[in-house]
Design a binder for this molecule. Sequence first.
Ligand code: UD1
Length: 413
Amino acid sequence: MVTGGKRLSGRTKVQGSKNAALPILAATLLCADECVIHNCPRLSDVEASIRILRYLGCKAKREGNTLMIDTRDMSRYDIPSELMHRMRSSIIFLGAVLARCRKARISSPGGCELGPRPIDLHLSSLREMGIEISEEHGILECEAHDGLKAANIALSFPSVGATENILLAASVCDGTTILTNAAREPEIVDLADFLISCGAKIDGAGEGTIIIEGVEKLHGATHAIIPDRIVAATLMSAAAVTGSDITLEGVCQSHLGAVIPVFLQCGCEIESFRGDLSISAPARLKAPKLIRTTPYPGFPTDAQAPLMSVAAVADGITVFIENMFASRYKHVTELNRLGANIKVEGKVAVVDGVRRLLSAQVCACDLRGAAALTVAALCAQGESEIKGLSYLERGYEDFELVLGALGADIKKI
Ligand code: UD1
């Protein structure tokens, strides 16, 4: 329940990145050792990964935002469909289980709320590394009969998940793998940094070409997860729509390279110093005009929905072009219920900013859509009810408490 119209103020620390934490948790399998992961957010997607690790025979213990994981006693190489289907990104366990066991049996992850999410790039790359893969009744049977082999892999699209699976498999294979057109997201760099601290030899993470010299085995390590750039963008959106001044702590400004200019175009002032990012929003925002989602370092698809709530109340027209996923405008119908004026045609959404949104009952249908509705409700006149919070809890840690501490009138029932 959100009563809109309250200005936000104060400071808040940005949580650890979900999309960095998930592959790193899978990567602990490669170590066959103890790992300590700091700044690991308490999210249902992280819990889903922990459940998979436990099913595989590993131990996991949480103390606050630190996870202690012991993968020495891993005893299985299969992941049942009920665990796989909790989270589409569990496909990342494929590379990790293969790297550890040289075989894996997992259910094919299928589609998700963002539309069909093929894994052809993951599978073709792993095949190039000597893994035989067959699929029957939705189960993928994978085995490297002659061991994992290094390869020269050129991705036809810089897929984040495929890049992560290749990094995992290539870290402990025979020879040197050269990966071209790799994803360059900060979460890839964080995974590589974790693997390097476990003894892997990886050069070029964060660039288009990554060179991975396979080593025989890895050891445990301690690692702190990077701050979540999408949560940062969401909190900046919350400040923008409420005309507020807030300071985010623990932000990596360089990860927001394509996001900060959008807020500047909206008329916000932004100051950044040693991990603190302060945003100060005007009473009426200006439309940011054009937002095109592209792979990093372009504008992130995950920030498209929260920024659409910003555009919804900005003066002027903003055109969004969603290039990454087929069904990523499901929040539009619900934003329009709150009084926004948004039209969608294929991958284009045209937002004609209104002066004010009005409260309504709305229902989230995916993670970032849930965040967008929360942002919109913060500036909608009256009390809004947002359903589908399980989506929000996949990626935002105690979001209602974070916003409440900044002065929002929000409660979870
Ligand atoms: C990751 C993020 C997700 C983010 C996305 C894009 C995690 C856990 N999730 O998802 O939040 O929105 O990056 O930044 O980190 N594709 C194929 N074949 C493949 C793989 C991908 O066609 O084998 C397509 C997808 O359908 C999609 C596009 O490539 O249209 C991008 O996907 P990808 O970069 O792989 O995203 P994910 O790793 O699934």
